[in-house]
Write a new protein. Structure first.
Length: 491
């Protein structure tokens, strides 16, 4: 710092000396052509003004004014080349010259200072505008505080750290940081409390809400008024951004609460009829069997028992889907991946639905090689069961259903296809939405909550895969999904 001041002083001294030499040289030339002394005195005024403009210093201007008076007296007043003055009027001229020079020096220096302050304020305003605009693209409390910390370091040129409230509240000491947070008051360097600290601590707060504390390294030099104003402005932007995040989080929480309430209401409306129908069937069949013990033939009894079993299996599958949907909505769906053989997963899914196949025909296409895929066995089996149930329910009597899996690049693709008429009544893009069902007719065979495909989508995405549907060339629909494939050695 001292070296810089010395270098600046030497530079200004050199400029002043050069300007004075040129001023005196120009005055001597003009004196040779007969210019009057009063006019030569104005040249010295101009020289002093140039010194002030170049050095931006009142003291260099005042010093050059004194030197100009002495030089003018020595070179241009009678008797020349002496410091004596024969004409008393020159004394008045010298005094007026000095007054004018000092006034010009003062006004010019003040003007330059105001210009410097104005430029600095403009620069600060532009920097604060840039910082404020940056908050529009920053989200999350941690990112907001980090952005504010980096901005303040760039703005002040000092080491800055922002302590969030969560970090401070875990401390129980009586440090300056903790005192500032608890008392919501500035402390540290240059303040009454903890004045021996090297850092100044400024609370970040708004309307009783505390967001943290700013610690700024003063390094032996306190913040000036402009720096403190800039810091407080940035902290105000931090508070606004944090409040925006809090409001956004609250709105999102309210939205999720409303969505959950809608989900509950939709679930109640959707399953009320579907639960009543199979339960009524089970109750009626059981009551009929009870009252007709010993009078019914074996075939009739077997038919009634098959109906009870099918309704019970359907209810069990629906309950499983409802439980999975609840876990998904609550964010509690846990994926426990293990390497599983694809053909075994397909066989387990077919075994789960074979009792309700009816007149449909299910064919499985064995994979060309043994495929090991990291997956949650229970959930992927549930996905295949839902897809097979969907094909059975919508495929029409006697339709053929094909279940296959094959390797495609670094994924395994599962296909469930049928030839039962395809997807006609709803857009293909919406079949994976909750409570969307392609059923057009009532009856037990057509019952469905519309949750099966939505749950399939959530489970597949949780595994890092994709799911889709299309109408195939056999006149039916194909629902497919992919799972990332990893070699057994890599596990």
């Amino acid at each position: 710092m001292k070296h810089e001041l010395l270098r600046s002083a030497l530079t200004n001294f050199g400029k002043t000396l050069l300007i004075l030499v040129l001023t005196i040289f120009l005055s001597l030339m003009l004196d040779q052509i007969g210019l009057q002394a009063e006019n030569l005195l104005m040249i010295f005024v101009v020289g002093v003004l140039i010194v002030i403009l170049e050095t931006k210093s009142f003291w260099f201007g005042a010093g050059s004014a004194l030197i100009c008076v002495v030089a003018f007296n020595y070179l241009f007043t009678d008797p020349k080349y002496t410091l004596m003055v024969n004409d008393p009027n020159y004394y008045a001229s010298f005094v007026i010259f000095l007054i004018v020079a000092f006034m010009v020096s003062t006004l010019t220096t003040k003007l330059q200072r105001e210009i410097k302050i104005s430029r600095q304020n403009e620069k600060t305003a532009l920097e604060l505008y840039r910082i404020g605009s940056g908050y529009l693209t920053v989200s999350g409390k941690d990112k907001i505080l980090r952005y504010a910390q980096d901005s303040l370091e760039e703005l002040t040129g000092r080491s800055v750290r922002i302590y969030p409230s969560e970090e401070i509240e875990t401390q129980s000491d009586q440090s300056a940081l903790h005192w500032c947070y608890e008392n919501i008051y500035i402390c540290g360097f240059g303040e009454t409390q903890f004045s021996r600290e090297k850092e100044k601590y400024i609370p970040i707060r708004s309307a009783g809400t505390r967001f943290g504390v700013l610690a700024i390294d003063c390094a032996g030099k306190d913040l000036n008024s402009e720096e403190l104003l800039s810091v407080n402005t940035v902290l105000s932007l931090v508070v606004l951004a944090a409040q925006r995040e809090m409001l956004s989080a609250q709105q999102e929480e309210n939205r999720m609460r409303i969505e959950k309430e809608k989900l509950k209401n939709n679930l109640l409306r959707s399953i009320s009829h579907d639960l009543r129908t199979p339960l009524t069937g089970i109750s009626a069949s059981a009551e009929f069997l009870k009252e007709s013990v010993g009078t019914l033939d074996n075939q009739t009894q077997q038919t009634l028992l098959d109906g009870i079993r099918d309704d019970a299996d359907w209810l069990g599958n629906m309950v499983e889907n409802l439980l999975n949907m609840t876990r998904i909505q609550d964010g509690k769906l846990v994926i426990l991946k293990q390497n599983e053989v694809v053909d075994e997963i397909i066989g387990a899914a077919v075994a789960r639905v074979e009792k309700r196949v009816g007149s449909h025909i299910i064919r499985t296409v064995p994979s060309e090689e043994i495929l090991l895929v990291p997956m949650d066995r229970q959930l992927i089996v549930q996905v295949l069961v839902n897809l097979l149930d969907n094909a059975i329910r919508h495929g029409g009597a006697g339709s053929e259903i094909e279940l296959s899996a094959k390797k495609e690049n670094d994924e395994v693709r599962f296909d469930v296809s049928d030839n039962g008429g395809g997807i006609r009544q709803i857009p293909i893009s919406s079949i994976f939405d909750s409570f969307v069902s392609g059923d057009s007719e009532g009856g037990d065979h057509a019952r469905g909550t519309g949750l099966g495909l939505s749950i399939c989508q959530s489970i597949v995405r949780a595994h890092g895969g994709t799911i889709g549907a299309l109408n195939n060339k056999n006149g039916g629909a194909t629902v497919f999904f992919t799972l990332p494939l990893k070699d057994h050695d890599d596990e």
